[in-house]
Ligand binder design. Sequence first.
Ligand SMILES: [Zn+2]
Length: 152
Amino acid sequence: MMQQQAMAAGGPAAEARQCFGCNFEAVSAETACPRCGKKAFFTAGNIKTRGIILVALGLFIAGLIGAVSVVVGLIVLNAANDPSKSRKLAEDGHILLAAAGLFAVLILFGFHMIVSGGWMIAFGKRNRATVWVMWALLALILMAGGFISMWT
Ligand SMILES: [Zn+2]
């Protein structure tokens, strides 16, 4: 630890950093993690910038998918009121359900990005639990997408 700081003398000042690969935290001037070697050893400033990007992306995704959901919902509602189309709609009910699930998880994913990014902006650190939730949501998105592509 002392040796690393001495080695970094003359370079950028040592700062509190967190590794996005293994979660290792230390005061260091290096940009590669001393534990796992990943070049994702970020300062609070780096993490806050990523948090802002994450919040912006989350807002975009939640807003976009939210708008698409409303439009698709209206089209489905219209078709349901049309007798010639409602039978086809009932036959494809499971696909509609999977699509609704996919939209819901995508919106949740967007909100999750906003929350994760907000946490990073507020604390200058990444909360590891939010990473696990993100992977779980991604798995759900893939599952819903898989069902839809299987049925259509
Ligand atoms: Zn690491």
